[in-house]
Design a protein around this ligand. Structure first.
Ligand SMILES: NC(=O)c1ccc[n+]([C@@H]2O[C@H](COP(=O)([O-])OP(=O)(O)OC[C@H]3O[C@@H](n4cnc5c(N)ncnc54)[C@H](O)[C@@H]3O)[C@@H](O)[C@H]2O)c1
Length: 268
């Protein structure tokens, strides 16, 4: 069943050679999509993801592009369209942290995170929308003209001391996603956000790699386990498929209940 869901569709996943992006790229490939595995460093890891997807049957290629660079993003879409004919699904996943106390945060730390996490999503979404509008709806592939999934975070609503640049980028993604969803709903383009809580990836190693850190983390998660990239992959397949055809402009929290504010279970 799942392998026919995204058959003949093409997905671009940014930052797809690590963590959540890798999990999403593999899940989309398992669901039948051809996948562009975007990366900026570590081509070997990108090629491993490509080989894994090809082993399920669909095609995949790795394309190097820094999502914060307009020319590189435009070039990535041109290469993808040349290879696969069009793009049906964009997963705006690439992101990073440069943490600092707010009064010590440099402009460079602020700008670097905003450029990649927020402007990168703008640049990729713009190219995707242009391609969706050029191509129009192809009913045998999907009832929608195109799907964009933005990787946000619980920190689009939970303030995060020491991470003002990151939290601001995620708050910005919320409004970017909703505005595009509103602007292109009539053209049958669906735009949604996935808002993960703590997912076990290289971005947050310090939060789970010692028993002490893991126990502290569990105090924030009612469901009492850390998430894994496969959790996010399954949600991405759903949001990319026609099964979620009436969902647009939504932020879906996938966080083991982190946004239930566990501290209030006994306090408050
Ligand atoms: N892991 C979590 O707990 C968690 C929680 C909420 C949100 N997220 C979000 O999920 C996304 C993926 O993070 P992750 O946890 O998998 O971390 P990760 O570090 O494993 O992956 C991030 C990916 O983005 C890529 N990247 C960084 N800068 C880039 C650029 N300029 N151009 C292209 N690619 C670039 C990295 O090379 C890497 O492949 C991020 O947007 C992150 O904010 C993660």
């Amino acid at each position: 069943m799942s392998e026919i869901k995204l058959k003949k569709q093409t997905a671009i996943v940014t930052g797809a050679n690590s963590g959540i992006g890798e999990g999403v790229a593999i899940a989309l490939g398992e669901a039948g999509a051809n996948v562009v595995v975007n990366y900026v460093i570590n081509p070997d890891a990108a090629n491993d993801v490509v080989q894994k997807i090809k082993s399920f049957g669909p095609d995949a290629i790795a394309i190097k592009a820094d999502v914060s660079k307009e020319g590189e993003v435009i070039n990535m879409f041109q290469q993808a369209i040349k290879q696969f004919g069009t793009v049906d699904i964009l997963v705006n996943n690439a992101g990073l942290q440069r943490d600092a106390k707010f009064h010590e945060m440099t402009l460079a730390q602020w700008q670097f995170v905003i450029d990649i996490n927020l402007t990168g999503q703008f640049l990729c979404a713009r190219e995707a929308i242009k391609e969706f509008l050029r191509r129009g709806i192809v009913p045998e592939r999907s009832v929608a003209c195109g799907k964009i999934i933005c990787m946000s975070s619980v920190h689009q609503i939970i303030p995060w001391a020491g991470h003002a640049n990151y939290a601001s980028s995620k708050g910005g993604i919320k409004m970017l996603m909703q505005t595009i969803a509103q602007e292109y709903g009539r053209q049958k383009i669906r735009v949604n956000s996935i808002c993960p809580g703590a997912i076990k990836t290289p971005i947050n190693t310090a939060a789970w790699d010692t028993p002490q850190a893991y126990n502290n983390l569990m105090e924030l998660i009612p469901y009492n386990r850390i998430g894994v990239p496969e959790d996010i992959g399954k949600l991405a397949v759903f949001l990319a498929s026609d099964d979620s055809d009436y969902i647009t402009g939504a932020s879906i929290f996938i966080d083991g209940g982190m946004t239930l504010f566990e501290g209030f279970a006994t306090g408050g």
